[in-house]
Design a protein around this ligand. Structure first.
Ligand SMILES: NC(=O)c1ccc[n+]([C@@H]2O[C@H](COP(=O)([O-])OP(=O)(O)OC[C@H]3O[C@@H](n4cnc5c(N)ncnc54)[C@H](OP(=O)(O)O)[C@@H]3O)[C@@H](O)[C@H]2O)c1
Length: 321
């Protein structure tokens, strides 16, 4: 499996390090890397973990044609508005018969159904385990471990920044101080309103619903309320009562078969199972017809776990082709 990376930031570099560490058992070479500002680099045999970038390819098509990989790994930044240019990158790879793995939830939240059909027509694999909950099995759990099961809904606490901000406010800090704390930890976006207003959770909920419940929805369709209204006074009052506030994502299949999606702050006891998921940890429960509620938890994941999600998809593709 020859691999090309589109994007070489935190995730792309962690993935290159992981692949290098696993090289003896999984000898998949990286043969090309394309970035926005650092340039492009190719090596027909294998690039080193820290490559020297050269002149940028003029376009994604030029890059893919010259790198000629079996698998393209799309790890450019999220564009929450329309998922571009990642969607075009993915289509360019499909058009060349190249399998695609992405950690970028934009394409899954905005164009999953179309991309799934295009991958099928091109007879290539399209995988995205790292888009929700880093490398923890979410999509692969549903695909590989729940045969015959219909997912009727899900409940998730999937946004780290909101958890860190509420916890800071419960200690008496302001929302701005809580956001600054999350930014220092490298968790919050530079524009933290994406997290605070629930857009990150909405994008994840749309991606999950599109894949797991065959919904055809976008982040804009999610009923969305963030935590922006929370005051320090209210947060401290809740703490004194042994309660907290969590930004929860919920999906439910309606009687007519459509899917309702909601992201909203919910007050709950601090001992509630959802409330015990703090910091960068995440929890997602699938509600199903045959298996009751079953889920996945990830404790304090980081970029190494996101890289692992890409790696697990790569190994799975290598096994299946
Ligand atoms: N960080 C995490 O823990 C995490 C977890 C789950 C999912 N994700 C997702 O993974 C993706 C990558 O995250 P990251 O943290 O690695 O981002 P990042 O550090 O900002 O890196 C993004 C990379 O993409 C490149 N790039 C930007 N626009 C491009 C374009 N049009 N064509 C080619 N390359 C382009 C950048 O190039 P330059 O460096 O030259 O500008 C950079 O190398 C995002 O979609 C993110 O949402 C991240």
């Amino acid at each position: 499996m020859r691999v090309a990376l589109i994007g070489f930031g935190n995730v792309g570099r962690a993935f290159a390090r992981l692949l290098d560490r696993q090289r003896a058992q999984y000898p998949f070479p990286i043969v090309g890397i394309h970035t926005a500002h650092h340039g492009t680099v190719y090596d027909r045999k294998r690039l080193p973990v820290t490559p020297a970038f050269g002149e940028p390819a003029k376009s994604i098509t030029e890059f893919l044609d010259r790198a000629h990989p079996d698998v393209a790994i799309e790890v450019t930044p999220l564009n929450p508005t329309d998922g571009e240019p990642a969607i075009s990158h993915i289509r360019a790879a499909f058009a060349r018969g190249i399998h695609v793995i992405t950690a970028n939830k934009g394409p899954i939240a905005h164009a999953y159904a179309a991309l799934r059909e295009e991958a099928k027509r091109a007879q290539v694999e399209f995988r995205f385990e790292s888009t929700v909950m880093d490398g923890a099995p979410v999509f692969n759990l549903a695909r590989n471990c729940l045969p015959g099961v219909r997912i009727t809904g899900f409940t998730g606490v999937l946004n780290s920044t909101s958890k860190l901000v509420v916890a800071a406010m419960q200690r008496g800090l302001s929302m701005e101080e809580g956001i600054a704390e999350a930014q220092r930890l490298g968790v919050a976006e530079a524009d933290a309103s994406f997290d605070i207003d629930g857009w990150d959770s909405a994008a994840k909920a749309a991606a999950l619903a599109n894949v797991l419940m065959d919904a055809s929805t976008r982040p804009q369709d999610v009923v969305r309320n963030g935590i922006g209204e929370l005051t320090t006074e209210e947060a401290v009052r809740l703490a004194a009562l042994g309660k907290t506030l969590m930004l929860v994502s919920r999906a439910e299949r309606r009687e007519d078969g459509s899917v309702s999606l909601r992201v909203s702050p919910e007050v709950m006891l601090a001992t509630d199972m959802l409330a015990t998921i703090q910091g960068t940890s995440n929890l997602l429960l699938f509600h199903t017809d045959l298996m009751g509620s079953v889920g996945t938890v990830s404790i304090s994941p980081g970029v190494e776990q996101t890289a692992y999600g890409l790696f697990s998809d790569l190994v799975d593709i290598a096994k299946s082709v």
